[in-house]
Design a protein around this ligand. Structure first.
Ligand SMILES: NC(=O)c1ccc[n+]([C@@H]2O[C@H](COP(=O)([O-])OP(=O)(O)OC[C@H]3O[C@@H](n4cnc5c(N)ncnc54)[C@H](OP(=O)(O)O)[C@@H]3O)[C@@H](O)[C@H]2O)c1
Length: 274
């Protein structure tokens, strides 16, 4: 029987590479995306390499879209072994510049989108008494950072959710894994949503930090490295709760662990503003 994986947000970046990596490892993979017209590239590769990949429409903001996709998957394969919650976007702007609507939209996709998808998949995994849920958080889920408080908060929320649900799902044989990449070279930065009011007192700070992030993104970790870490994690009998990916993520998380809150804040200020 095929082992079945679902990946959200597979049209590009980490989701695209993870769908391919899981299929290359032998999982029958549903590469889901909100616009299936973006699925041609992955289907071409699948055909050339003879991989078990299907493209399916799934918008994590839309409950009926999730329900429909999961029904299609179960009626075809009757099981789900791995769910990778990857879909997300990057909201940029200092808190005072952000509207409540923009913050809610960010949570709608990055947090509630994950919740919706997990809730749709859990009854199937519980019935199987097995399954692995992989939540793509970020080093931004562990470390506060100026100019991206909406994104950071959505990933902090995802970390809290993941850490809590882990306990609830262990008795049902379901594992939860958090992936924490640093800066990865993907479309996330080209498609970011940015808000700065024209008379914003945060304009200079926003530009400075954003330019730094854009420069870092050019030298970011390749998305294939994140995908390989996910494959390694889901292949393990006893996966760790968290997997940081990239030297930058490891460096920041080590610094956070080894410094007091104030020492860490000074370290980040020096990294960003000096
Ligand atoms: N790049 C980084 O530095 C980095 C670092 C840490 C964590 N991450 C996380 O990694 C994940 C993937 O991002 P990426 O870096 O690979 O960026 P990406 O290339 O922009 O991919 C984001 C994916 O999410 C999809 N998406 C957005 N909203 C969606 C929705 N409502 N329903 C379904 N799919 C939706 C996008 O689809 P469309 O093509 O339709 O827009 C795209 O496929 C995100 O959760 C991000 O926060 C990224």
């Amino acid at each position: 029987m095929d082992k079945v994986a679902i990946v959200t947000g597979s049209s590009s970046g980490i989701g695209f590479e993870t769908s391919l990596a899981l299929a290359r490892k032998g999982y029958y993979t549903f590469a889901t995306m909100r616009d299936i017209k973006k699925g041609d590239k992955i289907l071409d590769i699948a055909k050339k390499e003879n991989l078990g990949i299907e493209v399916l429409e799934l918008d994590v903001n839309n409950e009926s879209s999730i329900k429909k996709a999961i029904e299609q998957i179960t009626s075809k394969k009757n099981r789900i072994d791995i769910l990778v919650n990857n879909a997300g976007y990057f909201l940029v702007g200092c808190l005072e510049d952000l509207s409540i609507g923009e913050l809610k939209d960010q949570f709608e996709t990055n947090f509630f989108g994950v919740v919706r998808t997990i809730q749709a998949v859990l009854p199937i995994m519980r019935k199987q008494n097995s399954g692995v849920i992989v939540n793509i958080s970020s080093v931004a889920g562990r470390i506060g950072f100026p100019v991206t408080p909406g994104y950071i908060s959505s990933k902090f929320a995802l970390e809290g959710l993941s850490e809590s649900m882990r306990y609830e799902l262990i008795p049902f044989g379901i594992k939860t894994i958090i992936i924490e990449p640093g800066v990865v070279k993907t479309n996330l930065f080209a498609t970011l949503k940015k808000t700065t009011k024209s008379n914003s007192p945060y304009k200079d700070m926003t530009e400075k930090v954003l330019n730094g992030l854009l420069m870092m993104s050019e030298m970011g970790t390749p998305p294939q490295e994140v995908a390989n870490t996910i494959v390694k994690a889901v292949s393990s009998d006893n996966p760790l709760p968290r997997y940081p990916v990239g030297n930058d993520a490891i460096m920041f998380l080590e610094a956070k662990k080894n410094k007091t809150d104030l020492e860490f804040e000074n370290y980040i200020k020096k990294e960003l503003f000096s």
